[in-house]
Design a protein around this ligand. Structure first.
Ligand code: HAM
Length: 415
């Protein structure tokens, strides 16, 4: 018989590591919701066109999408990223007609058919926020600060924030003229020239050393910022500095998606090797309009949960125990099983964490399981205890044993 394995390149989490994953996710989620962002629970697949509209020049959209025809003959794509789906939902449900910015977040799996390696998966997990409808440098700074606060809450210290500004339409148009002129003078293959036609900035992101070398003399967008864009970017930097958030300017940063304008940023972790981007994002004037919504701006980020966990592990962060039960009950015999199920359910309803031993194992084996579970207390219950209404509760750390009435177990556990 075939022994099945997970599909190639997916990230999956099983105990005990899944506890650490859940902690990373909830820590970041708590940081985000503390700033007033509200949950969007979004579909994992969308109309293919929603994505093709936004990034023809990118690998993510042109080469890495999981696209298929559904049973109704519609072209469907497993979401490669979250921003456009979030904007689609915000527009569809009119959240952009209320008070602005509309502040939303989402979390879950994303799909990119990349070459798998450590930290790069075909199904990966990300948490993202979007603040839609307001142009304000303070908002840019706050969005960046939320990501930074999340990483700090995870106990990370060995990461850097890199930033640039892609300016407004005027700045980009001026830069594009000179960049296209510069690129036309380079000796490039046809495919690269085609890519450059769609988005000349992509060449800054080329993996090949020879193209990178050619691009070292290329005109830089930061030198073309309009006075308004320049002032806006300076203000973002002032706010970050005032908050004590360190950053460096990376004028050659190119994000893997095409929709960015204005403030653009990436968090890079120093111990993760090739896949060091633990999060990134930026502003996107025009994107909402591009997918049929109002012509309003927005800014957001996506943080990679898989990579954040790898970073936590690489830095040796001690992860708090997510489940330590208060009591481990070992029933001996049928009547005891039935009673234990009831006691466990009642104690859990009162807020205690309780585990049971199952499977009619010998007392010694059951005690070992109780020990391994890390429970604070354990007790053995059989016919005798049911008859007397008294059990011996053992504190696992000290070995101290106390007789406790079965009907006052809850107060014994509180001590
Ligand atoms: P992104 O940088 O493409 O941005 O993805 C966000 C994060 O997801 C990355 O920083 C990285 O940590 C993680 N990630 C991306 N691809 C993979 C992969 N194949 N395996 C593991 N982790 C991965 C976006 O998706 C934008 N939607 C972010 C955004 C929101 N911009 C504005 N709003």
């Amino acid at each position: 018989m075939t022994k099945f394995q997970a599909p190639k390149g997916v990230s999956e989490y099983v105990p005990p590591r899944s506890n650490a994953f859940a902690w990373v996710r909830s820590t970041l989620e708590n940081t985000i919701s503390a700033a007033g962002y509200q949950l969007l629970e979004l579909p994992i697949f969308e109309d293919t066109e929603l994505f093709t509209r936004i990034g023809a020049s990118t690998d993510v959209v042109s080469k890495e999408m999981y696209t298929f025809e559904d049973r109704g003959g519609r072209s469907i794509t497993l979401r490669p990223e979250g921003t456009v789906g979030a904007l689609r939902a915000v527009s569809e449900h009119g959240l952009d007609r209320g008070s602005l910015p509309a502040k939303v977040y989402y979390c879950g799996p994303f799909f990119r058919a990349e070459r798998p390696q450590k930290g790069r998966y075909r199904q990966f997990y990300s948490i993202g926020i979007e603040a839609i409808g307001t142009h304000d440098a303070a908002l840019d700074a706050e969005v960046i600060a939320i990501a930074d606060a999340g990483f700090k809450k995870l106990g990370l210290t060995k990461y850097r924030l890199e930033m640039t500004s892609l300016g407004d339409a005027e700045s980009r148009a001026a830069h594009r003229v000179d960049l296209v002129k510069f690129i036309s003078g380079l000796d490039l293959d046809e495919e690269t020239k085609e890519r450059a036609k769609l988005n000349p900035l992509r060449l800054f992101d080329d993996k090949r050393e020879e193209v990178r070398t050619l691009m070292t003399k290329a005109p830089i967008l930061l030198d073309y910022l309009s006075s308004e864009s320049k002032a806006n970017f300076a203000e973002v930097q002032r706010h970050l500095t005032a908050m004590g958030i360190a950053f460096t300017i990376n004028s050659r940063m190119v994000r893997g998606l095409d929709y960015y304008t204005g403030t653009t940023f990436e968090f890079v972790h120093d111990l993760l090797g090739a896949q060091s981007g633990i999060g990134g994002g930026g502003r996107y004037d025009g994107l909402m309009g591009e997918i049929g919504g109002q012509d309003i701006t927005g800014i957001g980020f996506g943080l990679g949960l898989d990579r954040a966990l790898l970073a936590v592990e690489a830095e040796g962060v001690v992860i708090p125990e997510t489940f330590v039960s208060d009591l481990f009950i070992i029933p001996m015999g049928e009547a005891a099983k039935s009673a234990s199920l009831k006691y466990a359910a009642d104690l859990r309803a009162s807020g205690f964490k309780v585990e049971l031993a199952f499977g009619d194992r010998a007392l010694k084996t059951a005690m070992k399981t109780a020990d391994k579970s890390g429970a604070r207390f354990s007790l053995v219950i059989g016919d005798e205890e049911i008859a007397s209404g008294v059990v011996v509760v053992k504190e696992m750390s000290s070995g101290t044993a106390n007789s406790v009435r079965l009907d006052s177990l809850a107060s014994a556990l509180m001590n």
